[in-house]
Design a protein around this ligand. Sequence first.
Ligand code: GDD
Ligand code: MG
Length: 327
Amino acid sequence: PLVAVVLAGGTGTRLYPATRSDRPKQFQPFGGERSMLAETVRRANFADEVYVLTRPAFAESVREHAPSAAVLTEPAPRDTGPALVYAAHRIREQVGECVLCCLPSDHRVDGDFQATVETACAVAARTGSLVTIGIEPTRAETGYGYVEPGADHGEYYEVESFTEKPDAETAQRYVESGYLWNSGTFAWTPTDFLAAASETELRSLVEALEAGNPERGFEDCPSISVDYAVLESAENVAVVPASYEWDDLGSWDAFERLLDADGEGNVALGEALAIDASDNVFASDGHVAAVGVEDLVIASFDDRTLVLPKSESQRVREVVERLRKEG
Ligand code: GDD
Ligand code: MG
């Protein structure tokens, strides 16, 4: 069987202040009709079974936004590496050997998503590889992972190397050298994935799960994404190029690709008034007015406001870290 695992345990830090720890991005629509999570679960309807994987604190909201899916809760929030190890282990127990298709819940896709995903799942089943769906890059984005394609097998390429979130210079070099973006949409069998994870710092978690002790395993395990933990070091990674349009609503600059701009290149989520202002991203639950500024993000939700150059959109992370530290 083909089992979809929808990832919905992140907080969407880089969309602060629209996102807060109790209001993560997957439960918000961001200009769409339904929440990002509801959209993703609907997109997963080709699978035989759909699980939503989340942290304990979000389980209730997941049930509200995705009533048709089964909810799987990792014992503690430790990022996507441990969460996906947990999912592979639990789903293999519950449904037996299968192909897992992992879908992040912060993507907008347009086109024949299902065809590419089915190819990725078939390649995973046939070759035993960890398969990622690759996207043709259109800019030197530092917020994504990059895969270097190797031997061409028609439907897929072997992956020579995988680099998560490179610096701007390296990203530029990768784009020029024909690397693909890692879309974060993966296909693998539980057994192949757990074997790869056992070769990494997640080994003791795999062992704790096999010994029937998930709480203990999560207590001791590092917080790390699957990209850094497993894909950067695994040897059997393959990439299937996507035949659909794709975007990750990861940071505020993504909205200029998503929303229609006014004549001056400004986009607005919510109401905004721009005078002699160009190429800005405005987002608010109220009203934003801006005069004489360009290339900024101005985001205001509740009693919180964020202003930064659009090109620094990844750095919202630093704001959230500081606020967390200062309580
Ligand atoms: N269950 C669970 N637990 N899910 C989580 C957790 C967690 O602790 N942390 C994050 N997630 C979910 C998020 O809700 C999101 O749907 C998905 O996992 C991916 O997390 P992001 O935080 O959005 O990752 P990213 O966008 O920075 O990077 C990943 O996706 C990029 C493409 O969108 C990586 O895979 C990159 O390599 C990739 O390019
Ligand atoms: Mg993302």
